[in-house]
Write a protein that binds this ligand. Sequence first.
Ligand code: NAP
Length: 292
Amino acid sequence: MRVGFVGLGTMGGAMAANVARAGFEVSAWNRTPGRATELGELGVHLVGNPAAVAAASDIVVTIVSDTPDVEAVLFGPDGVAAGAPRGSLVVDMSTISPSATRDFAARLAGQGVAMLDAPVSGGSEGARKGTLSIFVGGEAADVERARPVLAAMGTTITHVGPIGAGQAVKAVNQVILAGAYLGVAEGIVLAIKAGLDVEGVVAALSGGAAQSWVLSNRSGRMLDNDYPLGFKVALHRKDLGIALQLARETGTALPISALCEQLEAGLIGKGHGDDDVSAVARAIRELSGLEG
Ligand code: NAP
């Protein structure tokens, strides 16, 4: 099967590498040339635009930043829609709006091209190791068509409902993460201010009910006040924007997500938008009189 990739950023570059390693014939495009240079050694063909990727592929994966960016690579000049043969399949793995996803799928269906939404969780580590969790929305037959390709990128692949449902599940995931990051940030700052051995605290908590992926993998960054990527603050704020919009549409109150989104807005305003999202600890540190 021939697989195309549009977007070779932190996630897309690593995911394309795993698909190539799994033996698929891969072609790819990135807006800015020179990213993910290791893909050449894996036999990935770099082509000139998304339409050329689509023309050379049975399945095209898009993994770019935000809703307007997916629209641009699908329907812009030389976009995927301009090259995709009838009967091919687009799998958008970016985190974007559920309602826009349904609109994009309807536009592609008009030219005989199917679409799945398949956003991911598991971070840059999961993308590199091929251990992502993938939430898939769309027709069951299309999910089965894509499954071997998705299995090269992730270990937990769940068909969660019709088109757009994957993005709604991802919004739930990001809401839960907002609480997890803020909770760990508050705990770590309290431990620092209370004069505790913070690494010892993390080890002591790791077998109890406060244990979490964020506590295990990101508390060290909060202690060091250094936040290498990771997952950008700006992208998590974008995801909370999607979740808060879904909350408005469904009459749901999300006070922690709204607070986290505002703290992230402040971090972005101070130039920390490209830090890892664990940098929400900067805001809690600053409020507590530590270096932010
Ligand atoms: P990233 O490193 O910032 O890369 C973004 C990619 O999108 C780059 O290839 C960029 O191209 C491309 N892009 C953005 N706007 C574009 C446009 N208008 N036209 C064409 N290409 C465009 O981001 P990432 O971390 O890979 O994230 C990609 C998606 O995965 C996002 O939706 C994010 O929310 C989601 N995600 C990320 C993580 C994570 O831990 N990083 C985890 C789960 C989900 P250039 O190189 O030209 O800028």
